[in-house]
Design a protein around this ligand. Structure first.
Ligand code: GLA
Length: 370
């Protein structure tokens, strides 16, 4: 008799029974839990998206994407630097893979991002002698970049983050002191929206930023978007990145921000959702002795379940204003938060665990009355 294999069969049987019992206990039939994905529960509310790399479009992670999500955002490959590393060279290969997968499987695709101060090639800001370029040269480069990239994905991408993170985090400063700002002043923002609209008038154009529910930054984003509207340039939405944590934001802060943005007559999307199990910090650093160990603790899990429940309850309340929720990465197996802000510290910010299985927070997110 093969005791080892009998034991593992028994274990497998017991695990299956346990999964069925807990699904029934939580009010779902087994068929429902195995066939419906996040996107199906939210089909009457908003598309549910996920940020991906080309590598994620194969095997187990591709299955997870297709089961749970009906929208995607390229995590890195459409950013200025990766897609346009030198003045006369575009790198289409990886971006095309993502666009083709979206078309093939009928997923919506958000573009990210046409103008950002990070992950942008240094060549943009310098001439052949290494001197800073003039405003005219930089705006022409921005126009060429935006026109070429937008036209390539016309009809495949329905919305672009046109400008990413242009607002300053300093309380007494409006716009971030980036090379874009130093060379062009605030004009680069308005121009970016103008160029994107010219390249594809059917696109939805978004301004996207983090800490966008924080009252001081929220009011600056409001002011910027109003400025774009007053200049007569099209802007259709505000992206609240949504790099949240189990400690923030509060429900009130979130509601106030969405309401304030909606009062401008634009759509709101949550574009980069994750719920870190640590306090938020905004600069990268090495681990310190005071850091807690990085196991996923029951108290963190409980707080994360409550935070996800609150977030999706609020998202559902905003009806037509809230037109998309996109997660930043697929599962806890890999997230950018494993290295940021603390290098090498594991985080558990998503709805699927390291084995790609739904976490308890997932069941809270799908547990609502239609
Ligand atoms: C910001 C950017 C994203 C990404 C994250 C970290 O939120 O908008 O593109 O770089 O930081 O992954």
């Amino acid at each position: 008799m093969n005791t080892k294999s009998d034991n593992s069969k028994l274990k497998c049987f017991l695990l299956t029974v346990l999964a069925m019992v807990s699904a029934i206990f939580m009010g779902y039939s087994q068929e429902e839990t195995s066939e419906k994905g996040l996107k199906d529960y939210y089909k009457d509310h908003f598309p549910v998206g996920v940020a991906v790399s080309p590598r994620a479009l194969e095997g187990e992670s591709a299955e997870l994407i297709l089961k749970h999500f009906n929208s995607m955002t390229p995590e890195n490959v459409m950013k200025m630097g990766p897609i346009h590393p030198e003045e006369n060279r575009y790198n289409w290969e990886y971006a095309d893979q993502i666009a083709d997968f979206a078309v093939q499987h009928n997923l919506k695709l958000r573009g990210h991002a046409l103008c950002w101060h990070n992950q942008a090639g240094n060549w943009l800001f310098k001439d052949d002698d290494g001197n800073q370029v003039s405003k005219e040269v930089l705006l022409q480069r921005l126009k060429d970049h935006i026109t070429t990239v937008v036209k390539r994905y016309k009809g495949k991408i329905y919305a672009w983050d046109v400008v990413n993170e242009a607002i300053s985090d300093n309380e007494d400063e409006f716009l971030r002191d980036s090379p874009w700002y130093q060379i062009c002043g605030e004009d680069f923002i308005i121009k970016a929206f103008e160029y994107a609209h010219e390249a594809d008038p059917d696109l939805k154009l978004f301004y996207n930023d983090y800490s966008a529910v924080h009252p001081i930054k929220r009011d600056k984003i409001y002011k910027l978007v109003k400025m774009i509207q007053d200049a007569g340039v099209p802007i259709h939405g505000i992206g609240i990145q949504g790099h949240f944590s189990i400690y923030e934001p509060t429900e009130q802060e979130l509601r106030d921000a969405i309401e304030k943005y909606a009062s401008l007559g634009v759509e709101v999307q949550i574009t980069e959702l994750d719920v870190s199990v640590y306090h938020k910090e905004h600069s990268q650093r090495d681990p310190l002795p005071k850091d807690e160990d990085d196991a996923f603790k029951p108290e963190q899990e409980q707080k994360q379940i409550e935070q996800y429940e609150m977030l999706f309850r609020v998202f559902r309340d905003f009806g037509d204003t809230l037109t998309g929720v996109t997660f930043w990465n697929i599962s806890d197996r890999h997230s950018w938060l494993d290295n940021f802000p603390v290098r090498g510290r594991k985080n558990y910010p998503l709805l699927f665990n390291e084995e790609f299985q739904p976490k308890k927070a997932y069941y809270k997110v799908i547990d609502f009355e239609e």
